[in-house]
Design a protein around this ligand. Structure first.
Ligand code: FAD
Length: 106
């Protein structure tokens, strides 16, 4: 079976980076595609218990795809739910662009 920690790090890197470069003002079609991507992702993520948790959380809090800002926030909150469950530090969602797009300010 996959190494859940390494898989998680790689996957969060991909997901947060994708959200950081999502359009500021996505078209209706882009919004629809992102929704269906996330729904499929939650069915095929190769850690079955992780995927099950994610599907539960997504039922309670459906993905926000109306803007880059909204998607980034939503994903940050989803990641924080996992952080909380695993006893990791909660990440400050005001810092997502610094972490995943712009790098630290100079
Ligand atoms: P990670 O949590 O992998 O984070 C990587 C980096 O992201 C951090 O170093 C930090 O810079 C940044 N970051 C942290 N929090 C946020 C945030 N909220 N928003 C933006 N950036 C942030 N593991 C399990 O054991 N059980 C599970 O149920 C489980 N479910 C998962 C569900 C999903 C959808 C994913 C993608 C992963 C899941 N994992 C799960 C793996 C787990 O989340 C971690 O990836 C893994 O434990 C490695 O943790 P880490 O401390 O290296 O940092």
């Amino acid at each position: 079976p996959p190494d859940v920690e390494q898989l998680g790090r790689a996957t969060w890197t991909f997901l947060h980076t994708m959200a950081a470069y999502y359009p500021e003002v996505p078209s209706y079609e882009q919004q629809h595609s992102m929704k269906s991507f996330l729904s499929s992702f939650s069915k095929f993520y190769p850690c079955e218990s992780c995927a099950e948790h994610l599907r539960d959380e997504m039922k309670k809090k459906p993905p926000k795809v109306e803007s880059r800002w909204a998607l980034g926030r939503w994903l940050c909150q989803m990641h924080n739910l996992v952080n909380e469950r695993l006893g990791k530090d909660i990440f400050n969602c005001d810092k997502i662009d610094e972490r995943w797009k712009d790098g630290p300010p100079d």
